[in-house]
Design a protein around this ligand. Structure first.
Ligand SMILES: Cc1ncc(COP(=O)(O)O)c(C=O)c1O
Length: 455
């Protein structure tokens, strides 16, 4: 069996001179109904293995799969075995490339599988891995407790601080060792602190030696794939927990890595041996999710603006961490304007009264679910210090700004007035001792003005 071919009607990315936008291509790009009995939607190819038309065809497929030769003109990888490839995951990969304008994508059975497979592809024993902090707790754990056992030294730098200021100190800590990769998460989970991707790419170039240049990896889960495109700012690999916005319904675990052909091909090859490719069923679910991605992310972002404005004015809220509220004089404002196309829908905030107050608040929610994860259609709230980032030592957490009173809110697609009504009553339930009247409530621009620039 050869790889599915794109039907010309769907493959056409232009109508005359008019270039189709990604959201218009999410329903058909990369899929030929005529190869599947005319089915308008891609079926689930629930099969572990694929029949070869001939022994010669099988031989050719394996030559490409093992990288034994370069593909001939127009030659695409053949379907072999669902640990290596499958129509549902291949079509999903084709569609995912459109948002980030990537040459290639590889999908995984979790965000952590995408992260771990990518790091194992590029980092070697003896290397240094430079990374921003905070990172998602699972990634932090992987770097500190797994990669370090393989002889890789993680060296961290804080998100939210211009790299220029810490550059000399960072170089001293690297001490001339080979930097295998630079891994950043921007905005950072859960503080929404930004890292300037272009600055990091420049730094990575300065660490090149001989024919080695550190690979710049960006976890784009919080804003991507709509509101931030790291490849345009110098990243080599964009990573996703596709469990979040891409899946969007809190019913599937998946991941993705995107970038240039040569970079993704290396990741994809290791994926085949680690066995971290997503299943056909996961591929199919994500194809379905992609059809509504832009609508969902836009609705969530609009809701988040209303919610953040409400919280910022509330007397029991001590601090806000929301991209839409970054002030013009903040060191990260220029990065935000240059790098982000919108503020997204993650709102972290600190309740006065620390952990007891945060717990009272979380236990009082009625509409918003108390659960980790984010990016789904339903609003979710969690307590980073004791949940997603519980593994970090307390002093490290405090230094990163993950305080005992911090709550992370992923705003869903419900009516914003209902979300606010729930927040209001839950804040009401918090013991108000020690709260003060706020002097000047801050009103941000109305939601219609987000995103910062049109997409
Ligand atoms: C920013 C970020 N990256 C990666 C991951 C890991 O993704 P997954 O749970 O799909 O393995 C998460 C999960 O919460 C996350 O928030």
């Amino acid at each position: 069996m050869t790889r599915r071919k794109s039907h010309p009607r769907y493959k056409e990315r232009r109508i005359g001179q008019h270039v189709l936008k990604p959201e218009s291509q999410m329903m058909g790009y990369g899929y030929d109904p005529m190869l599947s009995e005319g089915a308008v939607k891609c079926p689930i190819f629930q099969t572990s293995t694929f029949v070869f038309e001939s022994a010669e065809a099988g031989k050719k497929f394996f030559e490409l799969a093992y990288g034994l030769r370069e593909p001939g003109p127009g030659e695409t990888p053949g379907l072999i075995y669902s640990r290596l490839n499958n129509p549902d995951t291949e079509i999903l990969e084709d569609r995912l490339t459109l948002w980030d304008e990537a040459e290639a994508a590889a999908v995984f059975d979790s965000g952590m599988a995408a992260i771990a497979t990518s790091l194992f592809t590029f980092v070697r024993p003896g290397d240094v891995l430079v990374h921003s902090d905070p990172l998602y707790g699972g990634t932090e754990f992987f770097l500190d407790h797994v990669l370090s056992d393989f002889g890789v030294t993680p060296i961290r730098f804080p998100a939210g601080v211009p790299l220029a200021g810490i550059d000399p100190e960072l170089r001293t800590r690297i001490g001339g060792r080979r930097v295998g990769a630079v891994f950043i998460e921007t905005p950072a989970n859960p503080t929404n602190a930004l890292v300037d991707i272009a600055d990091v790419a420049r730094f990575a170039r300065s660490q090149a030696s001989g024919d080695h240049r550190p690979v710049v990896m960006v976890d784009n889960t919080f804003l991507g794939p709509l509101w931030q495109h790291p490849l345009k700012h110098g990243a080599d690999l964009v990573l996703y927990s596709a469990t979040k916005f891409i899946g969007g319904h809190s019913d599937v675990i998946a991941g993705a890595a995107l970038g240039r052909h040569d970079v993704v091909e290396r990741v994809r090859r290791l994926r085949g041996f680690l066995g971290t490719l997503a299943s056909p069923w996961t591929g199919w679910l994500l194809l379905r999710s992609l059809e509504t991605l832009k609508m969902r992310m836009t609705a969530q972002m609009k809701n988040a603006r209303y919610v953040a404005d409400f919280l910022a004015d509330h007397p029991k809220v001590a601090a806000m961490h929301y991209l839409g509220h970054i002030e013009k004089d903040h060191p990260m404002y220029a990065t935000y304007r240059r790098q982000c196309l919108g503020a997204g829908s993650l709102v972290s905030f600190e309740i006065q009264g620390g952990e007891p107050a945060a717990f009272q608040f979380l236990n009082s929610l009625k509409l918003i679910h108390l659960a980790v994860s984010l990016g789904g259609t339903e609003s979710l709230a969690e307590h980073p210090a004791t949940m997603t980032h519980a593994d970090l030592p307390a002093d490290e957490r405090e230094r990163m700004g993950i305080t005992p009173g911090m709550v992370r809110l992923s705003v869903g697609v419900e009516h914003y007035q209902d979300i606010i009504a729930d927040l209001e009553q839950a804040l009401e339930a918090v013991d108000s001792a020690g709260t003060e009247e706020k002097a000047a409530p801050r009103r941000a621009a109305p939601p219609e003005t987000t995103p910062a620039r049109a997409v």
